[in-house]
Design a protein around this ligand. Structure first.
Ligand SMILES: C[S@@+](CC[C@H](N)C(=O)[O-])C[C@H]1O[C@@H](n2cnc3c(N)ncnc32)[C@H](O)[C@@H]1O
Length: 278
């Protein structure tokens, strides 16, 4: 593997942070080496400096997107960490159902802000569909589900809703698989009833998203950890601006926002932590 010198590390680190917010300190030089070497070779570059200048001067942005794809960690699974989905099913859905039934709300808007290949938002959609089957007052049309990610590749996979046996086996309960997927050879295809509930959009969380309108609940899980302190603070503030008064935010189980924002109060439902805008 080609060795990265400190000057090259700094150039690429700044380029990556500028374009996707991922903050790498000096202990992460190996990440650039392991994730970008193949791409560098494909581009016919023999040094990281050549590669950096090629990416910087690429007016088509194709190479930039490939770098973002290589540097982002897209790990995800169905019902990841279980507890937030338990809270969604037992706490949030009954609460939203009451708001709909009383006429306080006509629509509930939920955003998966770093959706990766779709498992998070589809897990939410399946729980909504299950809940609607048991509740005559609530219908899938009462929900608007939005999923965004910076990576066009993961969005393409999410929209396709086609997963291989390995991906399907990661966290998806057998009964959900039976209800909401059909098999086509080695591939499992998500049912249209689930897929059509979700709108996908490419979005860099560093950029303005106020145009998306008010949200009732934001899932922003397992992405804050990659961002600088400054971006975390700024993003949490901007989430607050688009949450409806008293709206909710769920972050990853290993993430805490208390050092970055005082605009939210922390709540616990069973073992799930969630935040509410004050
Ligand atoms: C580890 S995955 C988390 C997926 C899912 N939320 C979960 O918890 O299972 C992180 C996702 O964040 C996306 N991401 C990284 N930087 C981003 C940015 N600046 N804007 C939007 N998405 C970003 C990556 O492309 C990746 O798909």
């Amino acid at each position: 593997m080609t060795k990265l010198d400190m000057n090259e590390f700094k150039m690429l680190r700044d380029f990556i942070e500028l374009h996707c917010g991922i903050h790498l300190d000096e202990s992460k030089t190996y990440l650039i080496e392991t994730r970008l070497t193949t791409l560098m070779a494909e581009q016919g570059c023999t040094t990281y400096s050549d590669f950096y200048f090629k990416a910087k001067n690429d007016t088509t942005n194709v190479l930039r997107e490939k770098i973002i794809d290589a540097m982002t960690t897209n790990e995800t699974l169905w019902f990841r960490d279980a507890t937030p989905f338990n809270a969604f099913q037992k706490h949030f859905l009954p609460h939203f159902a009451k708001e709909i039934a009383s006429g306080k709300k006509s629509r509930i808007r939920i955003w998966s802000a770093a959706s990766s290949t779709g498992q998070e938002i589809y897990s939410i959609a399946m729980l909504i569909l299950d809940y609607c089957r048991s509740q005559t007052s609530l219908r899938p049309e009462h929900f608007e589900l939005l999923a965004t990610d910076i990576s066009p590749t993961v969005l393409f996979l999410a929209k396709a809703g086609r997963y291989d046996a390995h991906v399907i086996s990661r966290g998806l309960p057998e009964e959900m698989k039976k209800k909401y997927f059909k098999q086509d050879g080695k591939i499992w295809i998500i049912d249209d009833s689930v897929k059509k509930m979700v709108t996908y959009k490419k979005l860099n969380l560093q950029e303005d998203f106020s145009f998306m309108g008010r949200m009732d609940l934001i899932f922003c899980r397992n992405v804050l950890i990659y961002f600088s302190e400054e971006l975390k603070k700024n993003l949490l503030h901007r989430f607050g601006n688009i949450l409806r008064p008293g709206g909710y935010l769920i972050v990853g189980s290993a993430e805490s926002i208390s050092n970055y924002s005082s605009e939210y109060s922390l709540h616990i439902f069973e073992k799930a932590m969630y935040y509410q805008i004050k």
